[in-house]
Design a protein around this ligand. Structure first.
Ligand code: UDP
Length: 313
């Protein structure tokens, strides 16, 4: 039975990854310091004998008993709100945490998987974004703490491959949504759905012309799984290429929730808010046979049901 360590295992994506790995017959050890993750996301797994949760800060020395075959490094605050409130933790977990997780991979002769991000492209000047684009990042902007830390993490990951021959995998994750996102995480999906369900104004930042492309969480995890079971290293973009403006998105959420909320405009929270973002997934399709399957409408209905349940609790 393969044994995997998932850092950030109590987070939104980390917990969905734990589910998938257990389903595939893995034994899973989830590590999390719970600054943005929650054990609620793992409550359904705590009785599973193949699963273990360990409260742990992965910026500290990492010790895991016994054999480890895979290390999935997902730990990191990832919401733009966190860029304001947790800039140092973001830099530490992506720099020190990546170093520790790579060291563990080397010591255990395990495959290392890095959850990187479309933010490595910054405010992109080419559209859609292909993996060979080097990006347009402001290192000293508010987003720089995340963008540069993930760029460092990618460089460190490839340094371990080149210097120590660690088997590594890198995905660049584009906007992803689904159950287990935090309602208060400040990102557009929980914000719009929460506001629509509560009948509060739906806050579009800027003029709402900026675009994003949203992938449902289980589709994304399927891309992860295909990458780790392939011969590829990446980086590979995983995301849904169906693009929309934030104003269109606000209207879609309002309609799907049957909400009477009004749509209001507020100033952008960060001046370097990317104006457009859409993955080119040619590589994922041709190298991994992956493409997203869940439509935005189906994914949003499931997410809205999840948030409704949390609001009425
Ligand atoms: N956004 C918005 N209203 C909100 C929250 C976010 O209009 O209440 C916009 C934000 O300015 C950005 C997009 O939605 O252009 C996606 O923001 P998110 O925080 O989800 O993540 P990002 O893709 O910027 O990392």
């Amino acid at each position: 039975m393969p044994r995997a360590v998932v850092t950030g295992g109590a987070g939104f994506l980390g917990s969905h990854l734990c589910d998938r790995l257990l389903k595939e017959g893995f034994e899973v050890i989830a590590l999390d310091n719970l600054i943005t993750g929650s054990t609620d996301n793992l409550a359904h797994l705590l009785d599973n004998r193949k699963f273990r949760f360990v409260y742990y800060d992965v910026t500290d020395y990492l010790y895991i008993d016994g054999a480890v075959d895979f290390i999935f490094h997902l730990a990191s605050p990832a919401s733009p709100v966190d860029f304001h409130t947790r800039p140092i933790q973001i830099m530490k977990v992506n720099a020190l945490g990546t170093h520790k997780a790579l060291g563990l991979a080397r010591a255990k002769n395990a495959t290392f998987f890095l959850a990187s991000t479309s933010e490595v492209y910054g405010d992109p000047l080419i559209h859609p974004q292909t993996e060979d684009y080097w990006g347009n990042v402001n290192p000293i902007g508010i987003r720089g703490v995340y963008d540069e830390a993930k760029r460092f993490a990618e460089a460190m990951t490839l340094a371990y491959k080149r210097s120590h021959e660690v088997n590594v995998k890198i995905v660049r994750i584009f906007n992803t949504y689904g159950p287990r996102m935090r309602l208060d995480d400040g990102r557009v999906v929980p914000n719009f759905i929460g506001q629509a369900l509560r009948g509060e104004p739906i806050t579009v930042y800027g003029d709402g012309s900026q675009t994003r492309s949203f992938c449902f969480c289980t589709d994304l995890i399927d891309g992860f799984y295909r990458l780790v079971t392939s011969q590829e290293t990446g980086p590979i973009n995983i995301g849904n290429p169906t693009e929309r403006t934030m104003l269109e998105f606000a209207k879609e959420i309002k309609a799907l929730t049957n909400s009477s909320s009004e749509i209001v405009f507020e100033p952008l929270k960060t001046p370097d808010d990317p104006k457009q973002r859409k993955p080119d997934i040619t590589k994922a399709k041709s190298l991994l046979g992956w493409e997203p399957k869940i439509s935005l409408e189906d994914g949003l209905r499931e997410t809205i049901a999840y948030f409704s349940g949390r609001l009425t609790r």
